[in-house]
Design a binder for this molecule. Sequence first.
Ligand SMILES: C=C(O[C@@H]1C=C(C(=O)O)C=C[C@H]1O)C(=O)O
Length: 357
Amino acid sequence: MTLESLRNDIDTLDDQLLALLNQRMELVRKVGELKRTTNTVIYRPEREKQILDRLHEQNNGLLNRPAIEAIFLEIFAVSRNLELPERIAYLGPEGTFTHQAAESRFGAMSTYMALPTIRSVFESVETGRVRFGVVPIENNQEGVVEEAIDLLLEKDLRIVAEIKIPVHFTFATQAENLADITHIYSKDIAFGQCSRFLNDYFDGLKAEMIPVESTSKAAKLASQQPYAAAICSGIAAKLFDVPVLFDNIEDSDLNRTRFLILAKDFVNQPSGHDKTTLIARLPNTQSPGVLAEFLQEFNNRNINLTKIESRPLRDGATFRYWFLLECEGHASDPDLHEILNHHSAEVKLLGSYVRVS
Ligand SMILES: C=C(O[C@@H]1C=C(C(=O)O)C=C[C@H]1O)C(=O)O
């Protein structure tokens, strides 16, 4: 086969793909019309997961699951934008891992707003300036992003979906020698995630570690100062044109960050593979057994509790806490529903959504 004939065959297939995609978009438009008459939400992560699972199961070609996901997540995002243009706020600036996470779900056609703080992302969703917000919530090596956890209590938003992405850091600088570097900028959490690299390469050198709001801001600063460096994403180094001296400097290549997509009102239908996030403000936790009895209710119903995070209540000078809890299942599952009903005064449901493994 010649190159030309192979390319001709590709052209023929592309024509068919385009015709099929247009047919698909016609159907999506009809779904959009139905949704408008019934006033239901456009974004249905559980339906998208069902499609991805089905395609993956029947697939016997060269495409692996990440490839199928990359293509179809973009198709879904384009479809949703056809139903209703989507505006998304994320923790910026451009080039952050949060930007990457947001694009992985909302694709190239959505309108994005890069905001300077996690609080401003919450506020722009709260006030309706955007439909969705994307914020980091935890890293599997470093633990939670406390600001985001606390805002889940303070603001009245719902969790639409979770996204988990692998985090690879680069060390970017214009300096020729490590010994010349006077400042290393990054987000506080990233210093922790690259501590082995920093110990190995900067022990005894004069470089000062300076935490800034984002890894992307770090890259920007490193682009403006000849003896500064940034620990940042590869995209950010490229965006700000800072040479990458070392790649993948994170301590663990199992480093993953989990992000949440937030909206003002949002209810997912059960997908069969869900997770639920709750806030519990239990009264009298100074009395023995109050917390234990609450947790026991999950165990009694065979519900797997997967996370519990204590955060200070900040009610005066006390040492009292509220809890962020996560468990498997959907809030409409009878057992979980029963717990939520039983504790409706002290438990708030943040959302049930597709569990990403
Ligand atoms: C078309 C729909 O709306 C959205 C787009 C989807 C798609 O392109 O297949 C799937 C789920 C929704 O996020 C739908 O709900 O079926």
